[in-house]
Design a protein around this ligand. Structure first.
Ligand code: PXG
Length: 467
């Protein structure tokens, strides 16, 4: 793209386009980065820079860019039947086939799916189903949902209310009533004064305490991501999920596992629930369902809830114009077929996940890195001023944001969540590409340390790394 056209697009973008999760004015002053092309795990910007996309777009391009099979699936479906709805007693082949395929891949007791256009809509749908379920069971007062601080469940009003992102609650409230949040199982950030096992149990106890505070007869469901994504790739201690499962069973509380990021192979199983041995009542899904090629989400519904909604519920007054959109469904179906043919999930579990863990773990020797963790193909680095104590840099230095910007300069897309650097690369990444990712990340950490020191910050033990 010519520099003139790039500059013109930036000006038009500033003048007319309000970006998601963006300080509009600051971006207008800075100018947005224009992405024009992509192939495999790489994207290319308008200035011709090639970047290794270690975020798979936004946690979604699981099969990588440039998959002609997905393009062909969309073209064929759009040529035949670009759109039709699933209201008023109609259906179409892609929606049916996708529903059947999803239920085959999901845990055995999940045999129904309700389609949506996004993960946020999936969580709105889930909330309505949960409350409807308990109302049908004769317990309408059992309508509270317990979520977790720093969880992300979407950006619609219900999505942001279910999530535990305080800055989101502070804007556009009041939130949906009947939703409360308990502490997250973030050992590095909040639990290092005890073993991770003990901390996992403490966080599960927090769920039980909240149930008892509210009264078990008033709590409908607990919602959580298997591994928190947007919160900073937070992998719970091994003790956490078994203890939470026990608590929920004890008080008959539904389990909602938000699989929007962890679903479709991210953790080396089809669903994060499979990895942690969970039997959710409902699973919101999206993102990797279509590898992000077209927008589609849904809620997988376990037999207990589905049977009640079907047999006792009558009409469920809920649905979207694009619920089960045929073109999106056809692309999702092809995406799942390709994942099976190419054994993508098995490769993450058996080869790529363990390989990333060993290579990524090496970064823990870097002076800036307090912890390097990963599970399957999701990972994080905790950037700290002093790795011995875990002390963070002063917030005003924005060490994570600095590292992210340096990554962009050096050819890597890594996301920062505060001072936690996060990766979630396409599941088709190769071992050689993992080597390159780790090399680029280390180079970015070195440069981050150098610039932090140049700005007067002290970086404990960094002499050799920045010499
Ligand atoms: N649940 C989870 C676990 C998510 O990660 C949603 C629901 C909502 O999905 P939609 O399709 O409505 O966006 C998400 C989305 C980030 C970031 O900054 C993460 C998401 C969305 C936007 C930004 O990491 N996850």
């Amino acid at each position: 793209m010519s520099p003139q056209r790039g500059t013109r697009l930036q000006a038009l973008d500033r003048d007319h386009h309000l970006h998601p999760f963006t300080d509009f004015k600051a971006l207008g002053d800075e100018g947005s980065r224009i992405i024009v092309d992509a192939d495999g795990i790489y994207i290319q910007d308008a200035e011709g820079h090639r970047l290794l996309d270690a975020m798979a777009g936004l946690w979604c391009v699981n099969l990588g860019y440039g998959r002609q099979e997905l393009v062909d699936a969309a073209t064929e479906q759009m040529t035949r039947l670009p759109y039709y709805n699933n209201f008023f007693k109609t259906t179409h082949p892609p929606a049916v086939e996708l529903a059947e395929t999803l239920c085959r891949l999901a845990p055995a007791h999940m045999n129904r799916v309700f389609f949506t256009g996004s993960g946020s809509e999936a969580n709105d749908t889930m909330l309505r189903m949960v409350r409807r379920f308990w109302a049908l069971k004769g317990k309408p007062e059992k309508h509270w949902v317990i979520g977790r601080e720093n969880a992300y469940h979407g950006s619609t009003v219900a999505g942001m209310s279910l999530g535990g992102m305080a800055p989101m609650h502070d804007q556009g409230g009041p939130c949906v009533p009947g939703i409360t949040h308990v502490r997250q199982p973030y050992w590095y950030g909040e639990g290092r004064d005890m073993s991770s096992e003990a901390f996992g149990r403490v966080c599960a106890e927090a769920v039980e305490e909240r149930i008892l505070e509210l009264g078990e007869d008033r709590v409908a469901a607990f919602i959580a991501e298997p591994v928190q994504g947007a919160g900073g790739a937070i992998i719970p201690p091994a003790s956490y999920w078994p203890a939470v499962k026990e608590v929920l069973a004890k008080y008959d509380i539904l389990l909602v596992v938000d699989e929007v990021i962890c679903g479709f192979g991210r953790l080396g199983e089809w669903f994060g629930s499979d990895h942690f041995g969970l039997e959710p009542d409902l699973m919101p899904i999206a993102k990797g369902l279509s590898s992000g090629y077209l927008p589609i989400g849904g809620v997988l519904v376990g037999d207990r809830v589905a049977d009640t909604l079907i047999n006792e519920g009558g009409e469920f007054y809920h649905g979207f114009t694009y619920s089960g959109h045929p073109t999106c469904a056809a692309v999702a179906l092809k995406n799942l077929q390709l994942m099976q043919e190419e054994r993508v999930v098995e490769r993450v579990r058996e080869d790529l996940g363990p390989y990333l863990a060993s290579r990524w773990g090496e970064l823990e020797d870097h002076p800036l890195v307090g912890e390097a963790r990963s599970l399957g193909l999701i990972g994080a680095l905790e950037i700290v001023a002093d790795k011995a104590t875990g002390e963070r840099f002063d917030k005003s230095l924005s060490a994570g944001g600095l590292c992210r910007d340096i990554c962009f300069e050096t050819g890597l897309v890594m996301r920062s969540v505060g001072d936690t650097m996060v990766i979630s690369p396409p599941l088709v990444i190769t071992r050689d590409e993992i080597d390159e990712l780790v090399r680029l990340a280390r180079a970015a950490l070195d440069e981050t340390a150098r610039r932090l020191k140049a700005s007067g910050a002290s970086v404990a033990g960094s002499e050799e790394a920045t010499a």
